[in-house]
Ligand binder design. Sequence first.
Ligand SMILES: *[C@@H]1O[C@H](CO)[C@@H](O)[C@H](O)[C@H]1NC(C)=O
Ligand SMILES: *[C@@H]1O[C@H](CO)[C@@H](O)[C@H](O)[C@H]1NC(C)=O
Length: 313
Amino acid sequence: MWIFLAGFVVLVCAADATPVLGRTFPDFGKMYHVKGVLSLPHSKIEEPFEAWYDLDGNRSRIDYRNSTVRTFQIGNDLDFGAIYKITPVIPPSVIRCFQLKGTKDDPIEPQQAIPDAQSFEFEKMEDCKDAQCEVWKKVTEAGHKKNTYRLWVTRGEAAYSPATPHRFEMEGFNSLLGSHNDKYSIEYSDFCTQSEPDVFTPPAGFTCEEFPDPPEEHQILANPFQDYVNTHPVSHAHRMFGPFKEKFNRQYESEKEHEERENLFLHTFRFVHSNNRAGLTYSVGINHFADKTKEELARMTGGLLPKKEEDAK
Ligand SMILES: *[C@@H]1O[C@H](CO)[C@@H](O)[C@H](O)[C@H]1NC(C)=O
Ligand SMILES: *[C@@H]1O[C@H](CO)[C@@H](O)[C@H](O)[C@H]1NC(C)=O
């Protein structure tokens, strides 16, 4: 408590906006290359990725699952930027290119693989990976959802050297359900503040087509990482729940059931998208099972579970 109060005085006295409790916000620089693993514990999924970021060049690239799927976010392309996704499509087993064009209202910008810590607050120091990490925290609330985000970083010796990210974690609490019903994390490794320029050029020889319907899904298909790195309580995946309810004519009995179904849907949605990035030999789609519990599925299918995650409740 005393330490906190002492720190608070520093905050009040700080003349410049950047130092918070005597610390500057972690800044990862204008250019970097990083690897990592995205974990979705509800679905028992661990998805490796590799990312390149170049702010001055207005571009980024994020590869998933050992570059099975490659995505290029190029701001200085066409009128308002474009995203290219090179991905296997099964069946038939071919590599295809999909393109999402930016618009005046929604221009394409480079995608960060690490959250922007400007809106985070310093929480504490903690042991991590043979070092002392700074833990930065942010809490958002929307409706019944309260999300807590934490970012673990270390610093170089020099005063202005960029921070190194180690871990990012989101934990969601739903006050109506009274439970922690959402969680994911990203473990970072091999962070480096340089990036070879040629990695940003999408491979030649493809004719790129538009993403398949529905249009609401295009953003998530083109740039899956934004939902995980943005600290916005209502993600693109949450916004897919409306069209889902409409398509399958869902009317829930109570607000509580609505929250439960939405949460089940969210986990299924992430699971399906992550699996599709693995280029597996089967294709799973969002079907009418998406908002069902494991028990309901067992009853509906006489014990023969469709391929689907349902560990989350
Ligand atoms: C990813 O690729 C590397 C090098 O090509 C290979 O050694 C590794 O086993 C691959 N990992 C997976 C999970 O496929
Ligand atoms: C990056 O590209 C987007 C989309 O074309 C554009 O709106 C933005 O102004 C560009 N930013 C810079 C710094 O060039």
